[in-house]
Design a protein around this ligand. Structure first.
Ligand SMILES: [Zn+2]
Ligand SMILES: [Zn+2]
Length: 182
């Protein structure tokens, strides 16, 4: 899915599912934008923030790296999910995350169309972070990718093979930075 402009979809959903309540004087009451390339741990989120001027604002941010490679239904589902959060916060003015109001709206939206399904969690594959470390077994030389150094991990297969399955310090993995290889 290429990165499509979000505003037309927002306006369409606003009319279709929120009785137009998320737009005042032709302006969305919550801003919507694509993230930069760094938002990789979630498909999207809604948040309130304070501007430097002290004025309150709120926004929906959708993840460019997560959604760029997924079908368009993932965009619809994620945007709608975050619009429900905005609607509960700004229109109902209720403090709720995924409570009764969220569920009621979600089920209403899901039963009214078949193009996508809104869910409680964004269950999309997240791009994997490149690992920073290789943990290398000094005996069999097997390599395991790690994001950080973990103390005391030993090679399972060598412990099984040479020590009857019990942990042995001779099988301790040695951590080597991935960057060393270049
Ligand atoms: Zn949510
Ligand atoms: Zn080993």
């Amino acid at each position: 899915m290429p990165l499509v402009p979000l505003l037309p979809i927002f306006h369409k959903f606003n009319r279709q599912f929120f009785d137009g309540s998320l737009v005042k004087n032709d302006e969305p009451i919550v801003s919507i934008r694509w993230s930069d390339g760094r938002l990789k741990r979630t498909a999207g989120f809604y948040r309130r923030f304070y501007r430097i001027s002290g004025k309150k604002g709120s926004e929906i941010v959708l993840s460019r790296p997560v959604l760029a490679n997924l079908p368009e239904s993932a965009l619809g589902s994620t945007l709608c999910h975050e619009m429900i959060h905005a609607w509960i916060d700004l229109i109902l003015k209720i403090k709720e995350v995924h409570g009764a109001n969220f569920h009621r709206k979600m089920e209403l939206i899901n039963s009214s169309q078949a193009a996508f399904k809104v869910s409680i969690r964004h269950n999309y594959p997240l791009p994997s972070r490149p690992h920073k470390w290789w943990a290398i077994c000094p005996i069999c030389k097997a390599r395991f990718p790690y994001h950080r150094i973990v103390k005391g991990v030993a090679c399972r297969s060598c412990c099984n093979l040479h020590h009857g399955g019990s942990w042995d310090s001779t099988c301790l993995l040695i951590f080597e930075s991935v960057l060393k290889e270049v």
